[in-house]
Write a protein that binds this ligand. Structure first.
Ligand code: PEP
Length: 251
């Protein structure tokens, strides 16, 4: 029975200027399967111009981070309220690059996710283990603790997506075995069942992220509890993201 539509989310990180909007336009034209949702999480500087370029309803524009307060004396920061104001629909929170480089804790990530949800936007909460933790067989323990601590009480399938992103797989070309992806996605799903109840857990999407490319997307998307991908490097070119998205099917 179909419970979840695939979501393919691109994360451009700190890449892209106004000239890069041609990729947004190309992506907008290329895919129009209503059962596959696409979102491009762009640098804040090009969110609004990108929103104005998108003509179709299947492509959304998102952000990569936000402050946990709505407004105030937080020089250089951008709030979920501001992102909503310029047309963003999604906000990534807790990406490992922010957890590692800026010391963002799961408690802070939870506050950011709450801020996104309070604005009526969709949040993508990222979790994932380091290579050392993986080698110490701590993946499940680390990832489940992050999910538990980062997810706001108000989270449900309509406002939240979980992205499992092993840190050692991001931007490295390394990908966990299909068995390992299947196992951890299954563990996240059963944890969601315990925290949120069976109905929400069966409807909430869990994305895989970490070196997803056109060449490996199909095998990953076939796994039972994988509902799409969070894609970094391969999302910068519309053609690659279109290729990846074509492997997403509804089950
Ligand atoms: C990411 O930045 O979230 C990511 C998964 O990057 P990449 O696809 O380049 O590994």
């Amino acid at each position: 029975m179909k419970k979840r539509n695939y979501l393919i989310a691109g994360n451009w990180k700190m890449n892209g200027t106004l000239g890069s909007l041609r990729e947004v336009i190309e992506l907008d034209k290329a895919l129009n399967n209503p059962e596959i949702e696409l979102v491009l999480c762009l640098p804040a500087t090009i969110i609004h111009p990108a929103v104005k370029k998108v003509l179709s309803t299947h492509l959304r524009i998102g952000a990569q981070n936000c402050h946990h307060h709505q407004e105030g004396a937080f020089t250089g920061d951008v709030s979920a309220k501001m992102l909503k104001d310029i047309g963003a629909n999604f906000v990534i929170v807790g990406h490992s690059e922010r957890r590692q480089a800026y010391g963002e804790t799961s408690e802070l990530v939870k506050e950011k996710a709450s801020a996104v949800i309070n604005e009526g936007l969709m949040t993508i909460i990222c979790v994932g283990e380091t290579e050392e933790q993986k080698n110490n067989s701590q993946t499940e323990e680390i990832v489940c603790a992050q999910v538990k601590k980062s997810m706001p009480n108000a989270a449900n399938e309509k406002n939240t997506v979980i992205a499992y992103e092993p840190i050692w797989a991001i931007g490295t070309g390394k990908v966990p075995s299909l068995d390992d992806i299947k196992k951890i996605h299954g563990s996240i799903r059963s944890l969601l069942g315990k925290i949120k109840g069976e109905d929400v857990s069966q409807r909430m999407r869990i994305l895989y992220g970490g070196s997803v490319k056109p060449g490996n997307a199909k095998d990953i998307f076939c796994l039972e509890d994988v509902d799409g991908a969070l894609v970094g490097g391969a999302s910068l070119k519309a053609a690659d993201l279109v290729e990846i998205a074509k492997y997403a099917q509804v089950y």
